[in-house]
Design a protein around this ligand. Structure first.
Ligand SMILES: Nc1ncnc2c1ncn2[C@@H]1O[C@H](COP(=O)(O)OP(=O)(O)O)[C@@H](O)[C@H]1O
Ligand SMILES: N[C@@H](CC(=O)OP(=O)(O)O)C(=O)O
Length: 439
């Protein structure tokens, strides 16, 4: 039996949190492979070390003096080292980092140092071997993740280890250039390590007692999900449930390795088990609710659109040419609406509109911004009639106007579009009807 344990930034933000993590690791001899994140927030208004590094590197790039910012980062680590009563020194490491910042060696290198240094401390504290992710997580020369090489490198390096710390979030190209995954990417590293060593379980330790039915920052004390399938989780994390990176599912899913989301502050809680399939019936019709609140909708109107062969393709081509990916596309007889992320669309707005005019000569194009999309997800929905009806009535009851509704053909999710201002209330209303009232 072997387990991979990933600790998120909130679990390693201070010496006190490090001690909790180490207690968890030492309590189970099968917890052999440890993937740490960089120190996260110690309290709500605190700054994550990754963000401190980005901002410090930003100053270096602008050729501003970054001494003070670098000292603040160093102080975060020194506080942990002192609190753990370790005799290691990071003086030399910081000297190198400062020099590399001066040489403007790369933004990804800068960000990766958060995990690198935390890994060094964690390895020293546990008495485990430190393995630099730059040696075992490979990106190709186009900065794309190289899954096959990584799997080989990790397996060769780790299989005989009796205790190893591999920092999360980054890897390197063959020439040593550091590349990071997108934000929250330590979850991906954990998953890659689990696949390479064919772990029995991938434990992902965070600051909540599992995947909760709704975002705890929106719904007060939401209930935890006991068991969730990879498919359901993918829908929820893609739609903004940030507890697990959306790409962390793929490596373990392939090998059927379950993920267990656990709480470092409450290790006695069972957390959430993420599995390929389960015969366990979910407790409620829905498994979870998640949403993101910055979409734009583009509605294209043209009489007789439905009989114009190739209309949709021509419109979609305009988005493709502008490298904008499409989130949803509900349509009517003479209208089609396209939902896209606001931040990506904003920069190219006028090009896209001009492109659509040129491509299909519409009667009218209407843009609506500040929209939110909410996904109601659950394997139990397939067997239950009237789910969409309940969604509508709960939102109507809360005086929320539904802009769009889209049911996936797998009947695993229903997506609802609402105004940005209604976003949180809509999630609360949906939680209320499916979980609290359970009618
Ligand atoms: N459905 C959800 N269930 C649990 N946590 C969620 C959910 N949606 C959003 N979150 C947020 O995700 C946070 C945990 O993810 P993250 O901040 O990446 O943790 P870590 O630092 O441990 O990697 C929680 O503190 C919570 O605020
Ligand atoms: N430290 C990186 C990577 C990461 O995964 O962090 P966390 O586990 O704290 O979400 C970030 O802030 O994006």
């Amino acid at each position: 039996m072997k387990k991979v344990v990933k600790f998120g930034g909130s679990s390693l933000a201070s010496a006190g949190q490090f001690k909790k993590a180490a207690r968890i690791i030492r309590a189970d001899k099968t917890r052999i492979y440890v993937v740490p994140s960089a120190p996260g927030k110690r309290y709500a208004e605190d700054t994550k070390v990754t963000d401190m590094l980005y901002s410090c590197y930003g100053a270096a790039i602008r050729e501003k003096d970054f001494t003070e910012q670098m000292e603040a980062i160093k102080a975060r680590y020194q506080e942990i080292i002192d609190g753990l009563k370790l005799s290691i020194s990071l003086e030399e490491e910081f000297k190198t980092i400062r020099e590399n910042f001066g040489k403007k060696i790369g933004r990804d290198y800068a960000a990766s140092r958060g995990e690198y240094l935390n890994g060094k401390i964690m390895a020293a504290y546990l008495g485990f071997e430190f393995i630099d992710a730059a040696e075992v997580v490979r990106f190709d020369m186009d900065r794309l993740f190289d899954e096959e090489t990584t799997n080989t490198l990790l397996a060769e390096r780790l299989l005989n280890s009796s205790g190893a710390v591999i920092p999360g979030f980054y890897g390197a190209m063959e020439d040593g250039t550091i590349v990071t995954f997108s934000r929250g990417g330590s979850d991906i590293t954990g998953s890659l390590v689990a696949l390479a060593v064919q772990a029995d379980l991938y434990e992902n330790w965070t600051d909540v007692s599992g995947f909760l039915i709704a975002d705890p920052r929106i719904v007060q004390n939401p209930k935890a999900i006991e068991t969730i399938t990879y498919k359901e989780l993918r829908e929820l994390s893609y739609m903004g449930a940030s507890v697990l990176h959306e790409d962390a599912i793929f490596p373990v899913r392939k090998a059927g390795i379950p993920i267990n989301i656990r709480n470092t502050n409450q290790p006695e809680d069972k957390g959430t088990l993420i599995v390929e399939g389960t015969c366990r019936q979910p407790r409620y019709t829905i498994t979870g609710i998640a949403g993101t609140d910055s979409f734009v909708s583009i509605t294209i109107e043209k009489a007789m659109m439905n009989s114009e062969v190739g209309f949709c393709r021509k419109v979609l081509q305009v988005f493709e040419e502008n490298e904008i990916s499409i989130e949803h596309m509900p349509s009517g007889i003479d209208t089609m609406t396209i939902f896209v992320h606001k931040d990506i669309f904003e920069e190219k707005e006028q090009q896209v509109i001009a492109g659509i005019h040129k491509a299909v000569h519409p009667d009218h194009i209407e843009l609506e911004s500040d929209l939110a999309l909410i996904a109601v997800v659950g394997r139990g929905m397939k067997a239950t009639r009237g789910t969409a009806g309940r969604i509508f009535s709960s939102l109507a009851h809360a005086h929320i106007n539904v802009k769009m509704i889209d049911q996936g053909s797998s009947e695993l999710n229903i997506i609802v579009g609402v105004r940005h201002d209604d976003f949180k209330n809509a999630i609360r209303a949906l939680y209320e009807i499916f979980v609290e009232t359970r009618i």
